[in-house]
Ligand binder design. Sequence first.
Ligand code: PLP
Length: 508
Amino acid sequence: MQLHISQPTPVTAPYKDIFREETTGEYLSAIQLASESVARFLGNNKKPFSGVTPADLKPFFSTVDLNTPLADYQSLLQEVETIYSDHAIAFHLPQYIAHLNCPVVIPAIAAEVLISAINSSLDTWDQSAGGTLIEQKLIEWTCREIGFGPDADGIFTSGGTQSNLMALLLARDHYAVHHLHHNIKKDGLPAEATRFRIFTSEISHFSIQKNASLLGLGEQAVVKVRSDQFRMDMHALEDAIRLELQKGNIPIAIVATAGNTDFGNIDSLETAGRLAAQYKLWFHVDAAYGCGLLLSNQYRHLLNGIELADSVTTDYHKSFFQPVSSSSFLVKNKATLGLLKYHADYLNPKEQEEDGLPNQVSKSLQTTRRFDALKLWFTMRLMGKQQLGEYFDTLINTTAAVATILEEDPDFELLNYSDISALVFRYNPESNFQTSACSMNQHIRKAMLEQGEALVAGTKVQGAYYLKFTILNPLTTTDHVLGVMDIIRQHGEAWLQTQPVVLENACD
Ligand SMILES: *Cc1c(COP(=O)(O)O)cnc(C)c1O
């Protein structure tokens, strides 16, 4: 008889990667190593960007075989640092003043530890329990800060784009139900839908068009109203509504912006709200950016009129110092959210509603949904409104001071004053009045991205290219911005040196 001698198997704990009581040690050490990697990210970053290009990074990716796992966290983190964190854009540095990315507060980051590990899903009570109540309490709080009454409600969403989609969906279906006795959810679009019109300013967020198109109304449904001083011109708005009525079209909604993406300016919410009431239109306020003013001590009045809205978009990840994603969609009258409601037998059957169990899925476009609300909960409970409001006031005040600096500097042309914290301008030294400011400013932005010492954004206004500062970091001071302006000047001067005497003036 032959004995079968088996090979010794390596000693590994079974299922050591599955998060549970027996793997508490593994869990704590993984989190420790990951947070040390984050600390290295902070320690290594002396400028917002390394200037890395896709071509620099691609070779690393070609050597990675996803079917061959690495030995341990040390090797993993080393790899991730090489291909990602060493070159990630550092939003927390005061020289990052490009897009609408705020620095994030530590309580919110700590909350992320619980969010992923406990992994509640906020669609139903039976997957979240207290998580649902935490979300509801924050929604109630936001509604109250807006000035909505007791019938208000809302939901956390993935971002402003989704919140704006919900707003237009409700506006569309609300009109159809109340004016055409037509249920779009059941019966699809009525013939009249090709004539539905949504009014918003020419400089509102592109998600308005995108969402109108997703909702089957087509981009043609969006009437872009002229802006004046980078705010929707309210006379032009009323003229536009009248003109569409004359043409036999069907106005259904006004979308006002509280803080437009490029200029941080706020449409007159009181006037827009009054016009919406007068013409019986859904009134949506896109406060993705401007919602930070809800926290403000000095500037809350800039949102006056927001309480007239039927629905509001807020992005806590734009202006409450929250990590992505953290946003909400709020309505004045919770009954309108019924337009979104579906019953799934496995999630929120009708019987359960009668038991009084709160199932947030009825109000959401998403099903499985992250417990993002916990980040804001940590933030509000540890820092509070007052502290966050001071941060927000600081960046508004810094921006006003920077506007003055830009305006007084003959080398720069400032295009707007901002209600919040976005300034559009270009480098255009007087002595070179004839130069192509567009090509020069495009060059400046590109050179700044390559060098990474400071990051600014770029945008086009009436076909011409401009640079943009978005100041969302309360640690950014006017001295930092003066430093950034020097960098801009250096790149601009270098570009001028390379130019032939006769310069084109094209902006495309
Ligand atoms: C950023 C922004 C949005 C879109 O929000 P996301 O969270 O990026 O989806 C909508 N409206 C305005 C005014 C914005 O600035």
